[in-house]
Design a protein around this ligand. Sequence first.
Ligand SMILES: *[C@@H]1O[C@H](CO)[C@@H](O)[C@H](O)[C@H]1NC(C)=O
Ligand SMILES: *[C@@H]1O[C@H](CO)[C@@H](O)[C@H](O)[C@H]1NC(C)=O
Ligand SMILES: *[C@@H]1O[C@H](CO)[C@@H](O)[C@H](O)[C@H]1NC(C)=O
Length: 608
Amino acid sequence: MTLLLLLMVSFIATGNWAQERVWTWQCQEGRCVKQLLQRNETPQGLEACKLVCDIYSTLWPRPTGKVELGRVLVPINYNAITIIGISGEGRALSENVGQLFSTAADNFRNRLTTMFKKQEQRTSGGKSLQVQVTIHDSSTRTLTMESDESYELYISEADYSQVHCNIVSAQFFGANYGLETLSQLTTFDDAADNLVIMRDVNITDSPAFPFRALVLDTARNYFSVASIKRTIDGMAASKLNTFHWHLTDSHSFPFQSSTYPQLSQYGAYTPQQIYTPQDITSVVEYARARGVRVLPEFDAPAHVGEGWQWAGPNVTVCVNAQPWNKYCVEPPCGQLNPTNDTVYEILGGIYHDIFALFDSDMFHMGGDEVNFECWRSSLDIVNWMTSQGMGQTNDDYLQLWDMFQKKAYMKVVEANGGNEIPIVLWTSHLTAEGAIDKYLDNEIYIIQIWTTGRDAAIANLVNKGFRVIFSNYDALYFDCGFGAWVAEGNNWCSPYIGWHKVYMNNPYTLLTNLGVDVSPGTAARELVLGAEAALWTEQVDESSLDGRFWPRAAAMAERLWSNPDEGWQQAEYRMLAHRERLVQRGIQSEALEPQWCYQNEGSCPSQG
Ligand SMILES: *[C@@H]1O[C@H](CO)[C@@H](O)[C@H](O)[C@H]1NC(C)=O
Ligand SMILES: *[C@@H]1O[C@H](CO)[C@@H](O)[C@H](O)[C@H]1NC(C)=O
Ligand SMILES: *[C@@H]1O[C@H](CO)[C@@H](O)[C@H](O)[C@H]1NC(C)=O
């Protein structure tokens, strides 16, 4: 008793009590097993073990081509890292791509610094790391649907003092991903107190789907530019490439239009809660250097209201009408008046301002949830339709909508310098069977699906030759599963969607189940551009943003980049590791499991 007390006192006195390491991790059959540290045994830290143990290391998303991993770690010195970018001919990169590349190299270094817990750890010894990045096309700096995002990555130990990494890519985007992969092959080994990297690596990698997106609604609640950039950081870490920005809605108008600044003056929640042209340019450039395209959406003719008061009484109809359930799906209601020419004039100005700031190769015109009762409630619209010899049936209103869409699209083309541009629209009455062939051209329109993944309408879209983006709400609406806000109980699309379901949401499987042949080589397969996770923000603002997106958005990212045949069970260790990575980089991701499961790999998912 006295001896024990004495021992305890001496532990406390020397401060060793907390530091004494009793556990080590050993790789056994592809998983890290926690074991008691034996006398004279050199401990292996958990992170170092994970890096060499899983067949795909802790890479997220896992590469799609060759994955040859040496599974040996060597210490490297943070202060002895050189990163150079060269063109295919071995010359310096052009200035345009050179600038992007230098930001990507800085980002790589910054990612490594997040691994250190103390400043001193950066200067601890180890080999030097030489990274040479070859970018064959050194002029392309804007991501499009035709961009080549592939890369190759090789790591070898050059000699006793140096580790060499070669990254080769067609364009900047692949080079940037190569650097992300390289940072994922690096960790701080807390047992050895060293930054370590995997020594022998051959990886070839390219995405399964070209369109891998998130949509953030910045109108139901406002999000600062900093939080948007943090979201883009998470996307870059997970190789997602499109940030779809739902700029405005009936609730608020934060987009500051240079042509009509009155819209945000009247429509922003506060004068501070706006996106100025400078804000938007800074987001677009931030995203560009991370391989992310920013796709703007201006939703119309529904989902408008705040801001438009400025334009006068007959430009919008049913704004904040009550009882709202009669005229829209959530308060406040509001739609543009397609019969009033001022509407197109203002839209033209807004589109012009948007095209001046964004350089996306497609534009999102929304087209979500048009309510015919809203239009019917306006004497101005009813009178106009009567004067045109039109009736008051749903078909007549569909025609009115079609007229709006065509006139608004002409304004888009005008804003785009007279050039046609692919347009994304949400699924709606206009895209339904019977309507879509009559009203929309499949060379222009891309349809974003937000029905369930089992809706036969999806098969119809592909059969009619439309390109599609999957945002089927039963797997990709991340706002589902919370309390309701217009009543008691749960919100409309409950329950909460777990990462497993997100991970398993394979667009090809959904189409196959609907009877569409999407086997390799089919035209139908080419029409599936990819998918997009949606965050509608009625019940989210900046304080809970990260946790709603992450790490579930990363689950979708692996589906879209790697499209694995295996189930989520095979990805679970890496999912937990990637979640830790996001947190380390300052993204407040939700915890998926007790930390115990992270430390005891493979022990938590039910085997039964
Ligand atoms: C990587 O490729 C080189 C050249 O083919 C080969 O010699 C080396 O063994 C490979 N590395 C691994 C870890 O398989
Ligand atoms: C359209 O709305 C504006 C603003 O209220 C109004 O001044 C104009 O007269 C309307 N145009 C028509 C054709 O009703
Ligand atoms: C708005 O529409 C109503 C109904 O057509 C009409 O009586 C009124 O003059 C219009 N107001 C303006 C400003 O155009």
